[in-house]
Design a protein around this ligand. Structure first.
Ligand SMILES: Nc1ncnc2c1ncn2[C@@H]1O[C@H](COP(=O)(O)OP(=O)(O)OP(=O)(O)O)[C@@H](O)[C@H]1O
Ligand SMILES: [Mg+2]
Length: 277
């Protein structure tokens, strides 16, 4: 049975959608069967980032009982499956988010991971997604308001019976005044799975002429590498980082051995243990 994980935050704009897309692709590149669901039913953005905004049948239609779930599952990049949300405000008002539970129960047996990109805060669609999930992954910035709000999200998830498994710190800059990783762990009583740095390539991934998750366009930009670390940890796999155009290679050793490897020979996976974030 697949793991159903909601990505939640307190504050908006902390990178849930960006991390959902990249994490899903990173897991798929490691051989996992992944389904991403745009559970931000009011303000759907995930299809935009995946460049799949023209999908005709959406989660709205399924939640309204007007389409079957299989009609709303699309093929996304790197072999992921994707269930988009609709853009119509009128349909958003009419949908019953409580139906998410039975939809997820129907599909979770087909996947290793079902990731839900949630809205910010703890409003009704978030509660429905979290209730339908087994686990939640908290996304936060290393700042006091973000950590305070994500703590509320964590407590809400626990009340709804979904297990908080860790935190991904995003927009991490190691600046003076940021909350340190160790303090985040103490405050939230959860592991920090990885710290994703502020990365201009990631910022640009939502831009019109550049629309693509960095795991597709720039898999070895620092933010994408941090996401790959998160994916490996989540799946219990050794950490290995994709080198663009060469497939998977270990960091330092991969670069070293690639000097000796004949050009035509395919790179073999070579796990790097203990990569520090
Ligand atoms: N590590 C990063 N470095 C630079 N820019 C980032 C990073 N992560 C996300 N962004 C940018 O921040 C913006 C907000 O990201 P995103 O939409 O993923 O946040 P969100 O939490 O899903 O927002 P919302 O709460 O509105 O759904 C986007 O423009 C995205 O490209
Ligand atoms: Mg979002």
């Amino acid at each position: 049975m697949g793991r159903v994980i909601s990505l939640i935050s307190g504050k908006g704009g902390v990178g849930k959608t960006t991390i959902t897309a990249n994490l899903g692709i990173a897991l798929a590149k490691r051989g996992m069967n992944v389904c991403l669901i745009d559970a931000d039913i009011a303000m759907a953005n995930l299809s935009l980032l995946l460049n799949m905004q023209n999908s005709p049948i959406t989660l709205h239609d399924v939640l309204l009982g007007e389409a079957g779930i299989d009609d709303a599952i699309y093929d996304g990049p790197a072999g992921i499956k994707f269930i988009p949300s609709g853009l119509s405000l009128e349909n958003y008002r009419r949908v019953d988010p409580e139906r998410l539970q039975s939809i997820i129960d129907t599909i979770k047996g087909r996947f290793d991971f079902v990731l839900l990109d949630c809205a910010a805060g703890i409003e009704r669609t978030v509660m429905a997604a979290v209730s339908a999930s087994d686990e939640v992954l908290l996304i936060a910035m290393p700042t006091s308001p973000s950590i305070a709000d994500v703590l509320k999200a964590k407590i809400t998830a626990q009340r709804l019976g979904s297990k908080p498994i860790g935190v991904i710190l995003n927009f991490y800059r190691q600046e003076k005044g940021e909350i340190k990783k160790e303090d985040v762990m103490k405050l939230l009583e959860l592991p920090v799975i990885s710290a994703v740095p502020f990365d201009d390539e990631m910022r640009k991934s939502f831009m019109q002429d550049n629309l693509a998750p960095v795991m597709i366009s720039k898999p070895n930009t620092p933010a994408a590498i941090a996401v790959q670390v998160s994916a490996a940890k989540l799946a219990g796999l050794p950490v290995q980082v994709e080198q663009q155009s060469q497939g998977f290679l270990s960091g330092f050793f991969g670069r070293l051995f690639s000097i000796f490897r004949p050009k035509q020979q395919a790179a073999k996976p070579n796990p790097v243990q203990g990569v520090q974030q």
